[in-house]
Design a protein around this ligand. Sequence first.
Ligand SMILES: O=P(O)(O)OC[C@H]1O[C@H](OP(=O)(O)OP(=O)(O)O)[C@H](O)[C@@H]1O
Ligand SMILES: O=c1cc[nH]c(=O)[nH]1
Ligand SMILES: [Mg+2]
Length: 212
Amino acid sequence: MRLHVAEHPLIAHKLTVLRDVRTPSPLFRQLTEELVTLLAYEATRDIRTEPWEITTPVTDTVGRKLTEPRPIVVPILRAGLGMLEGMTRLLPTAEVGFLGLQRNEETLEAITYANRLPDDLSGRQCYVLDPMLATGGTLVAAIEYLFERGARDVTAVTLLAAPEGLRAVQEAIGERADVTIVTASVDERLNSKGYIVPGLGDAGDRLYGVVD
Ligand SMILES: O=P(O)(O)OC[C@H]1O[C@H](OP(=O)(O)OP(=O)(O)O)[C@H](O)[C@@H]1O
Ligand SMILES: O=c1cc[nH]c(=O)[nH]1
Ligand SMILES: [Mg+2]
């Protein structure tokens, strides 16, 4: 597993406003999108391209173009949905699959309630979107769903990651595949309720409001 912590003054600034408990949902959503676009730049550093011949108004030349098959972007509902627009703005031709997972607040176990992925992901570059990597249960489950369909090249884009969650992903995935995590921050720890500290609270609730 590779970890990339994206360090940039704009990321640090936007993340600080995002963490602030006084930041209302509309601004939280806007900042999430902006942060994802900045993180996507890092996350797609190894996206596959191939030579492509074109003619400019001046001459013939060879540039580069994204290779087929198209990359796939997989937001983890709910909170990952807030990252989709920012990612597809940079990767407009990407296919989008969906996973819905919810953490049980007592056991912290991730329960799957939606799985809408292409059947065959072999040879595809997959980008998983979830703002929070806490215990790692959700991301490990998501990566396993992608592996089941043949994916072996997975990049997870998160806003915050806890050291505990990073260790859990490393232990679960091992050397089985090429997994990269791109995050804006590795925070200090988890609290007794499994929340990231200092964190930003419940990302889904801050994006979309509290649902029972
Ligand atoms: O690393 P973990 O301990 O598994 O926790 C992280 C998960 O928790 C949050 O989702 P939540 O269950 O709150 O669902 P929501 O997005 O619908 O709010 C978050 O968006 C991650 O998916
Ligand atoms: O701090 C946390 C941990 C899990 N999920 C969240 O939304 N926030
Ligand atoms: Mg939530």
